[in-house]
Ligand binder design. Structure first.
Ligand code: CDP
Ligand code: MG
Length: 136
C-alpha cells in the first residue's frame, strides 16, 4: 500500500480520440503525480451505468453512460499527497466554459459532457472507483 493518497482518473473518449492522452498524462506528471497503474480499455454501457450509478436520477445519466462507453478510455491510479483534491483542481470545473485558465478542462474540454477527464471527488469514491477498474 502506498503512503500517498490515490485517486482514480479517466481520460474520456473525446480526449483519447483526439490523441491527447500523452499530453494529459504529462500534465499530471509535471504536477507531481505518479501514475501508479494505467490501462486503456473500452467499457460497456452496463459498466458505465455501474460506474456512474451516483448519477442515476440525473437527466443526463443515460447520455453520460452512452458517452463513456462510446470509445476507448484511459483509466489511471494517480498518486501523491492530496491527490484527490489536487486532481480535481487540475481538472477544472465540470463545464469547460467555467473552468479556470490552466486547467485540463479549460484547455481540452469541448462541452459539459465531453469534458475530457474524470476524477474521484472523495476518499470514499476514490476507493470504489479504483476497485472498479483495477481490482480484477
Ligand atoms: O465530472 P464532475 O465530477 O466534475 O461532474 P459530475 O457532476 O460528477 O458529473 C459527471 C459527469 O456528467 C460530468 O463530468 C459530465 O461529463 C457529465 N455531465 C453532463 O453531461 N451534464 C451535466 N449537466 C452535468 C454533468
Ligand atoms: Mg463527479
Amino acid at each position: 500500500m502506498s503512503k500517498y493518497e490515490q485517486t482514480l482518473s479517466i481520460i474520456k473518449p473525446d480526449a483519447v480520440e483526439r490523441n491527447l492522452s500523452d499530453e494529459i498524462k504529462q500534465i499530471f506528471i509535471l504536477k507531481g503525480f505518479k501514475i501508479a497503474e494505467e490501462k486503456k480499455l473500452k467499457i460497456t454501457k452496463n459498466e458505465a451505468e455501474k460506474f456512474y450509478q451516483v448519477h442515476q436520477t440525473k437527466p443526463f445519466y443515460n447520455d453520460l453512460c452512452n458517452y463513456l462507453s462510446s470509445g476507448p478510455i484511459v483509466a489511471m491510479i494517480l498518486e501523491k499527497e492530496n491527490a484527490i483534491i489536487d486532481n480535481r483542481n487540475i481538472m477544472g470545473a465540470t463545464n469547460p466554459k467555467d473552468a479556470a485558465e490552466g486547467t485540463i478542462r479549460k484547455k481540452f474540454g469541448l462541452s459539459i459532457d465531453k469534458n475530457s477527464v474524470h476524477g474521484s471527488d472523495s476518499a470514499e469514491n476514490a476507493k470504489i472507483e479504483i476497485d472498479f477498474f483495477f481490482k480484477n
